[in-house]
Design a protein around this ligand. Structure first.
Ligand SMILES: [Zn+2]
Length: 67
């Protein structure tokens, strides 16, 4: 039980510490996840909304927008 909640907290911290959120270049959804299984290769991003898969992603600076 505590193991799962600690994973949840770690995921939250990773999400919040990310300097710039990334978005799907196809549908502009933030549901974009990297699948870096090889280490030496650039990660492949997978969109959980439209099913996009590829090395490209959109980088929108929401913080600058709000300021
Ligand atoms: Zn998408």
């Amino acid at each position: 039980m505590t193991f799962l909640s600690s994973i949840k907290n770690t995921l939250k911290e990773v999400k919040f510490s990310r300097p710039k959120p990334i978005f799907c270049p196809k549908c502009k959804s933030p549901e974009l996840y990297s699948n870096n299984t090889y280490g030496i290769l650039p990660p492949i991003y997978t969109c959980h909304k439209c099913g996009y898969e590829g090395p490209l992603f959109l980088e929108l600076d929401e913080n600058e927008k709000n300021n």
